[in-house]
Write a protein that binds this ligand. Structure first.
Ligand SMILES: [Zn+2]
Ligand SMILES: [Zn+2]
Ligand SMILES: [Zn+2]
Ligand SMILES: [Zn+2]
Length: 314
């Protein structure tokens, strides 16, 4: 039945999909030869539409739709010995067993379909987020890495949060799921208190979000080890793209006893990971000794007052 290719274990039984399929083909064959093709095509498209509820006006796109995950297939496109195609992600997921006919997939590429896939102009995968661009396959992949409509990662630094989305989604997410403090206004006066500053190793981090100029800014505060030196660092990230972040400036001040440190900078886009910004020290860095001095008292408690301002560069 299958040219080459051995059947996967659980499938060798009389009611495998391929058996049904062959019966259907055989039936129409006995009526007239041309209808075989029709039956086959119809069966494929019914399968696509019925199972995954996706309709397309363009038959070529339908051909390129992976029957398992319903994503468009790109090279390498695989096929089983019976000609059922599927994408390379799904090939791994189904453990090399054709999900349609249950035959062993082997390592057969569908070069013709790959050629078609490469030549098609495809919409950016962030089309539903607002991107109107279309590209041939490989340019599309390149574009998508930098598409300005691609979702942002959650800017919360305290955990490996995998939530992504547009800015309004992430603002609600920060508020609801991370219980982040939200403040309105372009100036701030923030107190950071920590009772056991000597225990801190890469651990203290805080995030506050400011609503200002109708945009959102993340103020990060954290403790980490810079080389051998324990330091605190405060910096601002902009919830939006880099080209917009550059339109803003901010300043941070911390001090006491007639001394103060002032930082002026440009907020970094949240496209830059929190870690990347931290490691580049693009913010107000306070040595722990100085931080404890600014805290006053007996140096047993960290009590920093950070003031700041955000403004728009004209
Ligand atoms: Zn797939
Ligand atoms: Zn198959
Ligand atoms: Zn795009
Ligand atoms: Zn999150």
């Amino acid at each position: 039945m299958a040219p080459g290719g051995s059947a996967c274990k659980e499938v060798i039984e009389s009611h495998s999909p391929v058996a049904d399929y062959d019966i259907a083909s055989a039936k129409s064959e006995s009526n007239n030869a041309t209808s075989t093709t029709t039956t086959t095509t119809m069966k494929t498209s019914v399968n696509l539409v019925g199972k995954h509820g996706i309709h397309s006006n363009n038959g070529v796109y339908e051909l390129l739709e992976c029957p398992v995950c319903t994503n468009l297939m790109y090279p390498p496109i695989h096929q089983c010995p019976n000609g059922h195609t599927l994408c390379s992600n799904c090939k791994i997921r189904v453990h090399n067993c054709c999900p349609t006919c249950r035959y062993d997939l082997g390592n057969i590429r569908c070069l013709a379909l790959e050629k078609v896939a490469e030549s098609l102009e495809l919409p950016c995968k962030y089309q539903n987020l607002g991107c109107q661009d279309i590209f041939p396959y490989y340019s599309k992949l390149k574009h998508e890495q930098h598409c300005r409509f691609r979702p942002y990662n959650c800017p919360y630094a305290g955990s490996d949060c995998s939530v992504t989305g547009d800015i309004p989604t992430l603002v609600s997410h920060l508020k609801d799921d991370h219980k982040v403090d939200m403040h309105d206004g372009c100036t701030f006066n923030h107190r950071y208190v920590k009772s056991n500053p000597h225990e801190v190793e890469n651990a203290t981090w805080m995030l506050t979000v400011f609503n200002c100029f109708g945009r959102q800014f993340c103020l990060h505060f954290e403790a980490f080890q810079l080389g051998m030196a324990p330091v605190y660092m405060a910096f601002l990230r902009f919830m939006g793209d880099d080209n917009e972040a550059k339109k803003f400036s901010y300043s941070l001040e911390v001090g006491a006893n007639g001394r103060k440190l002032i930082w002026q900078g440009i907020p970094r886009s949240i496209r830059d990971s929190h870690r990347k910004v931290r490691d580049s020290q693009d913010g107000l860095v306070i040595q722990r000794n100085l931080a404890l001095y600014f805290s006053g008292g007996d140096r047993q408690e960290l009590k920093l007052r950070v003031t700041g301002r955000i403004w728009k560069e004209e």
